[in-house]
Design a protein around this ligand. Sequence first.
Ligand code: ADP
Ligand code: 5GP
Length: 212
Amino acid sequence: MSRRGLLIILSSPSGAGKSTLAARLRIWDDTLRFSVSSTTRAPRDGEVDGQDYDFVSADDFRAQVESGDMLEHAQVFGNYYGSPKAPIQAAIEAGRDVLFDIDWQGAQQIKNSVLQDSVLSIFILPPSITELHRRLTARGQDDAAVIEGRMAKSWDEISHWDGYDYVLINDDLDVTEAQLKTIISAERLRRSQQPELVGHVRHLQSEFGDRT
Ligand code: ADP
Ligand code: 5GP
């Protein structure tokens, strides 16, 4: 039976582990479509244009927003980020789930959009602020000033934890990965995600009626 696609939103303070977890989920299920965001931030070492992000100029970003091509967009750490609408709509129509790695502002906009009924939102907390700092440093992608900027903003992101459907503490990566898979597997079975159930029950009903 076909089912309706979910919009699976992962948010967390920077460094809590959402990109790592998103990558693991994509290995687990290669039918998951990752929503590649557009951003005005510069690529980091190893990031691939069109794969990790669409790296665009501020003018191009503005044009995308003005023409209504973004499902949501926000300013984060001084750069603009947004989720282009077209690939998301195409995936949903094909019954595919879409995975988002976006901040609380984007999550809130999608929850208020026409696609709100398909949203599954999950917030990832770090086990401690000390560990969050350690992870940002260990990631080795940002200099000390950028890390301090991300740490300074982390409380703002964490303060929105209670707007999400599920909240996980990412202490042991394998445990968190298993919890995410459990949540996604269960949410896929929601009655509202299975429009063909009605037809199946009607079929059962007529088969049942034939016996009497
Ligand atoms: P985010 O996408 O939330 O900014 P990342 O996925 O880049 O965070 O993770 C930040 C760093 O922490 C990475 O080096 C990653 O390998 C590491 N990390 C993620 N989860 C854990 C965990 N549970 N335990 C230890 N290190 C982790
Ligand atoms: P980074 O620069 O570390 O890749 O991302 C910084 C923050 O921006 C993260 O919290 C990330 O989830 C968020 N982000 C990435 N893409 C988008 C997007 O398309 N929309 C919104 N609202 N936030 C995004």
